[in-house]
Design a protein around this ligand. Structure first.
Ligand code: MUC
Ligand code: MG
Length: 367
């Protein structure tokens, strides 16, 4: 069970249509596939999605830091030494997606070696999650039509609506149109990706007061410390910290400081080892948790559902597991399938992320 090699393979797969939100937009999934090889021939996999507008990482940077810094720190360790891996990777600041993909590929290899699923290794609570779909910026009619298609095709009835545009009425009109079209049939929440000021956020939330929202997420920057606390103290629904609460220390700071009352866990930025710490912290503090989406491909979504299904707290709310549906293709031999609004973990050992070698050859960018 010793790690012998780490591969970092850049690949690019176009989206059918770009996903737009307040802090950026994505046209092509330019991700990095991470493979961890062991001395007994096991290969664990995970993917790193660079999000320069949120965490500062780029695809080339992720490949470089994995090859030159992280791989030498883990080669020679046993798959069971996950805390040693965590301690060594933590010597380098930042680089959350690179560290997380390496961590998750190690857990995948461990699961395969022990012949148990990653979900069983982590907590084994259930084998599935309900799915929440994220709707990117567009006109109200187009976003309603997209929600209808997603509901009719996949049975999904929870939607996270991207907001944060100016004037705020651009977004409040969308949320109102969704509520008018679907009534109580759907659950809705909003994510501003820091696009508004605290005052604009308060105004938008006032305009949407009758729309029965589940949550509001990251409407204004956490760095506007007093404005954000003022906003959160006025709301009567949970306020989710997403990009402002990447590490367990960030979660502690934002929650105890009154800048958030719920959190998003994204395995793409905290892997499995750190996500466990964040989960346990949230459990202890009595926080609502949503399993978030860092605009993951299918391998990343498999990681999110594997973790989310592991604990009661993370499986309680629908997880953001469906944005791979906007991609034109993926690397898995057997594509993920959302049915009746649910995504089920892969049966068998590890993550069950078997790759299609032809697709990998086609989409990889390093040869
Ligand atoms: C989200 O919840 O904010 C947008 C950027 C990113 O890193 O994740 C997405 C979704
Ligand atoms: Mg968010």
């Amino acid at each position: 069970m010793k790690i012998t090699r780490v591969e970092a393979i850049p690949f690019a797969i176009p989206y059918r249509k770009p996903l737009r939100f307040a802090s950026g937009e994505v046209h092509t999934a330019e991700h990095v596939l991470v493979r961890v090889h062991t001395d007994d021939g096991v290969v664990g996999v995970a993917e790193a999605p660079p999000r320069p507008f949120t965490y500062g990482e780029t695809q080339a940077g992720i490949v470089a830091v994995l090859e030159t810094v992280f791989a030498p720190q883990v080669v020679g360790l046993s798959l069971l030494e996950r805390e040693t891996v965590h301690a060594r990777l933590s010597r380098t600041v930042g680089n959350p997606a690179a560290k997380s993909a390496l961590d998750m590929a190690i857990w995948d290899a461990l699961g395969q070696s022990l012949d148990v699923s990653v979900t069983e290794l982590l907590g084994g609570y259930t084998d599935r999650m309900k799915v929440s779909h994220m709707l990117g910026f567009d006109e109200p009619a187009a976003m309603v039509a997209e929600a209808e298609r997603i509901r009719d095709t996949y049975g999904i009835t929870t939607f996270k609506v991207k907001v944060g545009r100016r004037p705020v009425s651009l977004d409040t009109a969308v949320v109102r149109a969704l509520r008018e079209r679907f009534g109580a049939e759907v659950d809705l929440y909003v994510d501003g990706n820091r696009g508004w000021t605290a005052a604009e956020s308060a105004r938008a939330m006032r305009e949407m007061a009758d729309l029965d929202l589940l949550f509001a997420e990251e409407l204004c920057p956490a760095d506007d410390v007093l404005g954000r606390r003022w906003l959160v103290s006025r709301l009567d629904i949970p306020f989710i910290a997403d990009e402002s609460a990447v590490t367990p220390a960030d979660v502690t700071r934002e929650i105890l400081g009154g800048s958030a009352t719920a959190i998003s866990i994204k395995t793409a930025r905290t892997g499995f080892t750190r996500s466990q710490r964040t989960h346990h912290l949230a459990d202890g503090l009595g926080l609502e948790v949503v399993m978030g989406n860092q605009i993951d491909g299918q391998i990343g979504s498999l990681c999110t559902v594997a973790f989310g299904a592991s604990y009661e707290l993370t499986a309680r709310r629908p997880g953001e597991l469906s944005n791979f549906l906007d991609m034109t293709d993926d690397l898995l031999a057997e594509p993920l399938c959302i049915a009746d609004g649910e995504l089920v973990i892969r049966p068998g050992a590890g993550l069950g992320a078997e790759l299609d070698p032809g697709k990998l050859r086609h989409y990889r960018q390093d040869r």
